[in-house]
Design a protein around this ligand. Structure first.
Ligand SMILES: Cc1cc2nc3c(=O)[nH]c(=O)nc-3n(C[C@H](O)[C@H](O)[C@H](O)COP(=O)(O)OP(=O)(O)OC[C@H]3O[C@@H](n4cnc5c(N)ncnc54)[C@H](O)[C@@H]3O)c2cc1C
Length: 483
């Protein structure tokens, strides 16, 4: 591998965008691109720009690179989930019970593996910057003007900027986050004692993922939803399945609720709801929304104004109202995923390089939700297809009928294909169950390729036994509905 190669960035072969013309000579600036933030959004932009021959600098205010993704979001939460699942699978196994093995691992024990995974991620990601000669400036960056940034009193100039400063949990002033029993999604990772009960306020992706995790540990969970359904952006059947399985596992779901006040006590936290209900548990996790990290950026000096949630508005090319300043990742809001942030960062850099985003499929981002059961989807939902009057048909495959699922004991789950009844084109893939977030990519690959048709799955030989076989079963199931 050559000095500048980065295994996470593919070669650039996209066409030139003739609309992106900026004749300012870049050698009048210290950098061609300066990126603020080293999460997936910042890394994607920095590496793509470097591959295109740009001089790139990066700022990071945290002591280590990697962003919220590595230190207090995706990586720690998924590492903890994996440990909890493995430990509980062993402890629930009848063979261990027979041997008299009982244990209640502490939170500290469950968290132990997480630190080493974070360290590996940081070291690997740091090597990308080092090998590609991208200097990282440690400190909080703020704009002086549209071509100048200041870090620790030093000014640096750049032709372009990417703001990839991420987000943090939204903290309303009415909630006392200094109370030792009240947490948000950043601080919950440090919970010291294993609680016997938890109330989670907010049933978005983060809230439902933590509800699953705590329930798997045998902790009593109240999941309080401010809306009438869980994760409304998902396909209806998947929403129903998630609600059914969470309830089946013992999570108490409360829909259409709103907080009146939160009372922190010595022995617990009481959530007072506007409906008159009161829920008392050992601890409370506030998981209701996020705010973009924009207030330290000196945006007033470049004429940019974030919305009430601190998020920046961008166009399709991720340019803000100041065209040489781009913004990507959580700081621009939905979908607020590490996967999307990385792709957006790359797309912004490509645009600066004068290239059209030909292959990044930025509007075709899959969802991956690490609840129990795991959920993943790509493409349209039944609701969207019905609203658009597209004549579609459905094919299902239940995991319980697959040999591989029976062998591994992962029989909870389903794969669902939505396809056009005339052209057989696959329009949406929705899955829940073990490894759904991996399984979905088979459907995504076929959907985005030249052989996007139900027939691909009917005519293809799948390894046996595999979970991938679900695609053939679902395709045949759907095909048999046609007349
Ligand atoms: C609990 C939890 C679980 C999640 N699970 C998943 C998941 O499973 N899959 C998934 O795809 N996504 C997941 N996410 C979302 C994912 O973590 C974010 O979408 C992703 O981190 C956003 O990347 P980013 O680059 O925009 O910002 P971040 O990763 O937050 O990085 C922003 C960086 O900018 C730095 N910064 C901020 N301001 C400045 C400044 N002024 N100067 C210098 N540096 C600055 C910050 O220190 C930070 O390092 C999860 C999030 C949470 C909270």
């Amino acid at each position: 591998m050559s000095e500048t190669e980065n295994p996470t960035t593919p070669p650039d072969s996209t066409p030139i965008d003739s609309t992106r013309i900026d004749s300012t000579p870049s050698d009048q600036f210290d950098f061609d691109l300066f990126v603020i933030g080293t999460g997936p959004g910042g890394e994607g932009a920095a590496m793509q720009a470097r591959k295109g021959g740009m001089r790139v600098g990066v700022a990071e205010r945290y002591r280590q690179i990697g962003g919220g993704c590595t230190h207090w979001g995706t990586i720690p939460s998924k590492a903890l989930r994996y440990t909890i699942t493995n430990v509980m699978n062993v402890l629930k196994n009848p063979m261990f019970r027979e041997l008299g093995i009982h244990a209640t691992p502490s939170m500290e024990q469950l968290r132990r593996g997480t630190a080493s995974i974070i360290a590996k991620q940081v070291s690997m990601r740091q090597s990308f910057y080092d090998r590609n000669s991208v200097p990282i400036f440690s400190g909080t960056a703020s704009f002086v003007d549209e071509h100048t940034i200041q870090i620790h009193g030093e000014n640096y100039t750049s032709k372009n900027f990417v703001i990839a400063t991420g987000s943090r949990p939204y903290r309303p002033s009415s909630v006392d986050f200094s109370h030792p029993r009240i947490f948000d999604s950043d601080t919950i990772l440090d919970v010291k004692d294993r609680p016997s009960s938890i109330t989670i306020y907010g049933a978005g992706v983060i809230g439902t993922e933590y509800a699953s995790m705590f329930r798997n540990l045998g902790i009593k969970v109240n999941l309080v939803n401010t809306r009438s359904k869980l994760l409304e952006f998902l396909d209806e059947e998947i929403i129903d399945a998630l609600a059914y399985h969470l309830r089946d596992q013992g999570v108490v779901l409360r829909h259409d609720e709103a907080v009146e006040r939160i009372e922190g006590c010595d022995d617990g936290v009481i959530l007072h709801l506007k409906s008159g209900k009161q829920l008392k548990t050992d601890i409370l996790l506030w998981a209701n929304g996020r705010s973009g990290n924009t207030e330290e950026l000196g945006l007033e000096n470049v004429g940019l104004t974030p919305n009430s949630r601190g998020q920046l508005e961008v166009d399709e090319q991720f340019q803000t109202a100041q065209p040489n300043i781009y913004a990507v990742g959580d700081v621009i809001g939905y979908p607020s995923l590490a996967s999307a942030a990385y792709t957006q960062g790359r797309a912004a850099a490509m645009h600066m390089l004068g290239r059209i985003d030909g292959n990044l499929r930025i509007n075709d981002i899959p969802t991956g939700i690490y609840t129990s059961p795991e959920i993943s989807s790509v493409g349209k939902t039944e609701r969207e297809l019905t609203a658009a009057c597209i004549p579609y048909e459905v094919g299902h495959s239940q995991f319980k009928s697959l040999a591989r699922a029976q062998i591994t004991g992962s029989t909870v789950g389903m794969l669902k294909l939505l396809f056009h009844r005339d052209t057989k084109e696959i329009l949406g893939v929705h899955c829940f169950g073990a490894n759904a977030s991996e399984i979905i990519h088979i459907g995504q690959a076929v959907m985005s390729g030249p052989c996007n048709s139900l027939e691909y799955f009917i005519e293809t030989t799948f390894n046996y036994p595999t979970m991938a076989e679900a695609y053939r079963v679902a395709a045949l199931n759907g095909y048999n509905r046609l007349f």
